[in-house]
Design a protein around this ligand. Structure first.
Ligand code: ATP
Ligand code: MG
Length: 351
């Protein structure tokens, strides 16, 4: 039995990037051998094990055979006879199809190291076509790895697959897992450039087609997403989020920016009532800190003095409270809002 480090860990190691998640392939073993050594099997009929101490993933070398459409339409064959090379051959890109032996030797049957040096995202074999998720993986790697482009015949293959409509076989959840990595990548705009190159907009990202440029500066994940969504109509934002299964926090922040970003972004020039309404809708009168994410985003976008806006709303919240009014229900709501608007108007005049 032999054990090899594989996939992303080998790739990132060669790139000199920090390696966080390490995957291993075991050749010449059976599930029983693994269990005898104390490894814990995860998944009933899939030969993947967790190391008893490190908890890293050890997979028995396997071959895959396409039996049905979609990302999961594979049967796997594993036996102690499956070679390392056979296991590497089922992987998506040459740069992900390298292994490192225990003595440090690199096993690189598909020229991954050369492609790594040349910045090429190249399919290992034609079997690339068998899993549509690989299209988004390639686009995601373009966003993560500076200076990488899609190799020509791989691009043709991807374009072909997209034209056949295979992307619609993918579950939105898997698309989101890739897209989330794009949101934290150094070059998210590259993801969309690859979608454009191979025409992979339909069905998941069709709302964003033609809505570039997608360059983002120093923004965090939800801000980047909201930044792109600002270019869409509200119904499109909702549809996009539904299709790619964006978590509620992303969707809600994008919608908040969409609805109130414009008013709060130039709050000094808007009527105090409009500002009060936007702040109220963001629950900023409940607690001014609820405005912090939006205010942070608007600041990064160079909007009007957001620090003063936040200070002003804190003051309003200190000054105005329900117990100052003798009315109840709807009348109380109105009284509160007009008191708040008055304070906001005063704040605007002081500026
Ligand atoms: P990351 O740095 O995001 O973890 P990764 O390349 O390690 O990237 P994983 O999803 O952890 O990606 O997968 C580990 C390895 O398994 C990949 O490097 C690749 O060799 C292989 N792999 C993963 N997903 C696929 C796929 N859809 N098709 C073919 N090979 C895949
Ligand atoms: Mg990985």
């Amino acid at each position: 039995m032999k054990t090899y480090l594989v996939g992303g860990a080998v790739r990132d190691g060669l790139l000199g990037k920090p390696v966080t998640d390490r995957d291993w392939v075991v050749v010449g073993a059976t599930p029983q051998t693994m269990k005898n050594l104390g490894y814990v099997q995860v998944g009933a009929d899939f030969p993947v094990f967790l190391h008893p101490e490190t908890k890293e993933e050890y997979a028995l070398a396997r071959k895959e055979r396409k039996v049905a459409a979609g990302h999961r339409g594979f049967t796997t064959e594993f036996s102690p006879d499956v070679t390392l090379e056979e296991d590497l051959a089922r992987r998506d890109l040459t740069i992900n199809a390298m292994a490192q032996a225990e003595d440090g030797a690199l096993i690189d049957p598909f020229g991954g190291r050369r492609d790594l040096a040349d910045g090429l995202l190249r399919a290992v074999t034609e079997a690339f076509r068998e899993d549509p998720l690989r299209i988004f993986r390639v686009a995601r790697f373009a966003a993560q790895l500076t200076g990488f482009r899609v190799e020509g015949s791989t691009r043709n293959m991807m374009r072909d697959m997209c034209a056949q409509g295979v992307l619609s076989e993918l579950p939105g959840e898997r698309v989101w897992q890739e897209f989330r990595k794009v949101l934290e990548a150094p070059l998210p705009e590259r993801f969309f450039e690859v979608l454009e190159e191979v025409d992979a907009w339909v069905p998941f990202f069709v709302e964003l087609r033609g809505k570039g440029p997608f360059d983002v500066g120093e923004m965090w994940l939800q801000e980047r997403f909201a930044f792109w969504c600002e270019r869409l109509a509200e119904a499109e934002v909702k549809r996009l989020c539904k299709n790619i299964k964006a978590p509620n926090a992303y969707r809600d922040f994008a919608l908040q920016v969409h609805r109130y970003g414009e008013v709060l972004g130039c709050w000094m020039d808007r009527s105090a009532e409009e500002v009060a309404e936007a702040v109220g809708a963001c629950k900023g009168f409940h607690d001014a800190e609820h405005l912090a994410p939006l205010v942070g985003y608007l600041t990064r976008k160079g909007a009007q003095d957001q620090r003063s806006l936040l200070t002003l709303i804190r003051r309003v919240n200190d000054a105005v409270s329900a117990d100052q009014f003798a009315v109840k229900g709807r009348a109380l709501g109105e009284a509160l809002m007009s008191a708040r608007a008055e304070h906001i108007a005063a704040g605007q005049r002081r500026r």
